[in-house]
Ligand binder design. Structure first.
Ligand SMILES: [Zn+2]
Length: 260
């Protein structure tokens, strides 16, 4: 089959040759692929609208030897509000980059497609705690790809009460009596532990009503970042630094506003 008709999310879109764009698409039918959009940077191009970042579209693609070529494209949803707020832009980009880095080429994964589409949709609608959405996205993506932090009880004795210490290498928790002396682990507060478990169990709708104090959020952010780096070996992510910086500058400008 030389042609592929499929829905896709635009994970990355960059300038290529004189007037083209080179895209990383997450397609419904064939997973992550690279595709060229010939002439998409021309003002009158019919492809222009559908090849922008944060777009869900319907694509007709010609299968080349190393690359697909987009022959037709239609926008289904454009998450345009993500382009208007730097913090949302950074976060939407982080979700896309995580998917791009962790998913192998050419393997369909409808669950990841749905997860990313919902996450962009939630950011666009703005009806969710953005930090919790980010933790939810990280944990869910890891779960789909086969990595689940063991958070139910102590790995050794099964204690469910805690306090617990997180052990990255073991991928789970130890209670204070069982934690190995050579690897004491990172203490996880009761609140952060409960938040982790809530996020692991929550449905997309439940996520919308979930709230947590900043200290627990920070603990959990450190936790997911360590887990992600250790178990997936994803390496440094440009979009993560960008997201953290955009958050910091938002906090700074809020402080200035509060002072003034
Ligand atoms: Zn124990």
């Amino acid at each position: 089959m030389k042609y592929l008709q499929t829905r896709a999310l635009v994970l990355r879109s960059r300038s290529f040759a004189e007037t083209d764009r080179l895209l990383t698409l997450l397609t419904w039918d064939e997973g992550k692929i690279s595709a060229k959009a010939p002439g998409a940077r021309r003002v009158k191009s019919k492809l222009a609208a559908a090849v922008e970042l944060f777009t869900c579209g319907s694509f007709l693609l010609y299968r080349g030897k190393t690359l697909f070529t987009i022959t037709q494209a239609q926008v289904e949803t454009r998450y345009s509000r993500l382009m208007m707020r730097v913090e949302d832009y950074a976060r939407g980009l982080y979700f896309a980059e995580l998917v791009e880095r962790l998913l192998p080429e050419g393997e369909p994964n409808p669950q990841v497609f749905q997860l990313l589409q919902n996450a962009w949709g939630d950011l666009e609608a703005g009806a969710v705690d953005r930090e919790l959405l980010t933790r939810y996205f990280e944990l869910r993506l890891l779960l789909i790809l086969g990595f689940r932090p063991h958070s139910d009880n102590c790995l050794f004795c099964g204690d469910t009460v805690g306090p617990f210490y997180w052990n990255t290498t073991a991928g789970g928790l130890f209670c204070s009596s069982c934690r190995p002396s050579g690897q004491p682990g990172i203490p996880l507060s009761r609140g952060a532990h409960a938040l982790l478990r809530n996020l692991q169990r929550a449905t997309g709708n439940e996520l919308k009503t979930l709230r947590a104090p900043p200290a627990q959020q920070k603990e959990l952010a450190d936790f997911t970042s360590r887990f992600l780096q250790y178990w997936t070996d994803v390496g440094p992510l440009k979009s993560l630094t960008f997201m953290q910086e955009s958050r910091k500058s938002k906090v700074e400008s809020q402080k200035l506003k509060d002072k003034g």
